[in-house]
Write a protein that binds this ligand. Structure first.
Ligand code: SAM
Length: 244
């Protein structure tokens, strides 16, 4: 399996945030980036083409969620995480590589991208990762997925009011949404008050994703306190065209 080694800046950033990776994990992360950047030559998965930058902006960014994912409450329950709008596998694939004890479901609407994600799971031997080629609005109404997950993660799938309608219905009461966001967050949160009340009365915390490395990357944690009413999510496309 070909792989791309991390640059010194990645190692330095890991040290700053206190992230320790095993050699085998680094190899798998490099192998994943190789697959991502090679496939990106055939169809668009990421605007980042340079491996060093991809280690920082894709792998490090994704792994910034690790301290927030949490543990399973009981030994008989495996923590279930859903990555909504996973695209080329971010943050889901780096998380699945580094948390083999967690079951990841990657949801991606575009067939080609979902096929790439399944190829990654197969080639990297990630038995804790399943791919669902569908829209979040559709699986959010399907009993097999609705309110079944402990945590939903999402990066770059829209402003908070849209993202919450796509993710909250998938999360169980007592579970959490973890959204990766930038500095425009305040405005987005102001606009998302109604969505929060309507979808499960979440409580919000905001964390710096990469303390000491970047002030721009933020993680928004929304704790779900109540069941999502059955009219949500609305039909495919509506959360985006007519946000709550
Ligand atoms: N999360 C990845 C990242 O950070 O690189 C991909 C971000 S990309 C801008 C957004 C992805 O979400 C696209 O691959 C798109 O196909 C997918 N997507 C958008 N709306 C979706 C929906 N309603 N259900 C499932 N996937 C969706």
């Amino acid at each position: 399996m070909s792989e791309l080694p991390p640059p010194a800046a990645f190692d330095a950033a890991c040290e700053t945030i206190g992230l320790e990776l095993e050699a085998a994990e680094r190899e798998q992360l490099g192998a994943y980036l190789h697959l991502l950047l090679e496939t990106n030559k055939q169809f668009n998965l990421t605007a980042i083409k340079e491996p060093g930058e991809a280690w920082l902006r894709h792998v490090l960014d994704s792994l910034s969620l690790l301290p927030h994912l949490g543990q399973s409450d009981s030994e008989s329950h495996t923590l279930r995480v859903v990555d909504v709008g996973s695209g080329g596998g971010l943050p889901g694939v780096p998380l699945a590589i580094t948390r083999p004890d967690v079951r990841f479901t990657l949801v991606e609407a575009t067939g080609k991208k979902a096929k790439f994600l399944q190829g990654c799971a197969d080639e990297l031997g990630l038995s804790n990762l399943e791919v669902v080629n569908d829209r979040a609005e559709t699986i959010g109404r399907d009993k097999a997925h609705r309110q079944r997950y402990d945590v939903s993660v999402a990066r770059a799938v829209g402003p908070m009011n849209v993202l919450l309608e796509l993710t909250m219905p998938l999360v169980r009461v007592g579970g959490r949404v973890l959204a990766m966001k930038g500095r425009r967050l305040e405005e987005e949160l102001r606009d998302a008050g109604d969505a929060l009340m309507l979808l499960g009365e979440g409580q919000i915390e905001v964390y710096e994703a990469l303390p000491g490395v970047s002030e721009d990357a933020l993680i928004v944690e929304v704790a779900k306190h109540a069941l999502t009413p059955k009219q949500y999510p609305r039909r495919p496309g509506e959360p985006k065209t007519n946000p709550l």
